[in-house]
Design a protein around this ligand. Sequence first.
Ligand code: ZN
Length: 470
Amino acid sequence: MLIFISYFEIYRWILALFVIAISLMPAAYLLYFSFSHKVFNANALMAFMQSNFSEAREYFLVNVNFLTAFLLIILVLFGVIFLKFTPLLAVKNQTKSKTRILIIVLILSQFFIYENANLKSLFIDVIKKELKISSQYHAFKDERIAKIGEINGSFGGVYLLVIGESENRNFMSLYGFDENTTPRLDALKNDENFLLFKNAYSNYVHTTAVLKQALTALNQYNKLDFKLSPSIIEVANRAGFNTAWLSNQAKFGFFGAPNSMLALPSKFSFYTSLDDSQVGFDGVLLENLRALEISENMLIVLHLMGSHTDYKKRYPSEFTKFGGSDDLAHYKNSVFYNDFVVSEILKIAKNLPNFKALVYLSDHGEVVGVGHDAARYDFEMTKIPLFIYFSDEFRREFGGFEILKQNVNEIWSNDLLFNLMSALMGVKSALYEPENDITGPFYDKNVSRFLTLHGAKKIANELGLKGDFR
Ligand SMILES: [Zn+2]
């Protein structure tokens, strides 16, 4: 009898684990569909995995509707009933062989679900692919450096690249938003050293996927091999610049790690937090920037947390300018705080000896309250701010300034950042592409060529444009 009880308990636990495993995927599909009306796929998984637990919970709470809540209750009830009664019913009038058959059927049903719910491509392939990409990226370091080739000099000086987060330019007064979300940057509008680009778009809508193309020679147009695409940091190192990476995004974690991989060649790096749970306000980086030892020739990258969900955690209470407790109010406040952070970074930069230029852009945009998820792609998720601020001296010296000034309305996707930074720093490696350099006379302005979502969308189509719109 004792033996039977322990056998029964083990059996019951095995069955319970099976039931949970079997139910998770169908439940995830149903719940995701109930609020997004899209099928859960690898893109949705990627977006979900970019979040930490609290962000995932927030995402769910933001999106939850009556149907989702109803489904969730039904699923939980179903689970409780199943776990409570099925094993008892199965065992009560059971012989051992019947139990064995039941277990075999359950195991077989696992394989059936594994194949049909596409679990393999969803979880295992996505994770395997990411791991392979990062291990290859490390392994091909020397080949990448060799691709840079000889660099004949540079302009030298100090450059800052500030990478914002989830900032949709349509919520910035700098771009005509009807509320005063960016007063400090607005004040630069008539500054002759300030160039604001009206038609900048992201190359994708997830941070890491964007940065892999923005920071390296790879772009949607040249389709180079990522592992053989040097980053702007590797190019700057090669050209004799000192390089620093200051980040308010996590260093580790499934999605922190690939960003850190791109930061790795920096000669100095600083992260405010190791994992997502510790991320504080972007203003912390101001102190780090002030404390940074500045070299004569230097590229400093600042990676902000910007306006990433959960918006209300992105700004200190004294930056509550817009009232209300909804997502929109919190988002506008996060943009307002970002305006302060970026302006302060610029103030510090302008006082650095040998300061040449500061480039600010966001990694991607945002649909407020929805987020940035390729599975729920919306053109708004690609609308990013881009500006460049020049020192007085560099504005006069840099040959591309007048061209840039004429190109402020041209379309630009942020996978072309590598070419922009190369041109500004005067480090034209073997990977520099004149047709992708918005500072140069050969920039290909043909509207129909521009892409986003890693080539899946034509920006002209998204804008509803047929020919040339200039
Ligand atoms: Zn992002």
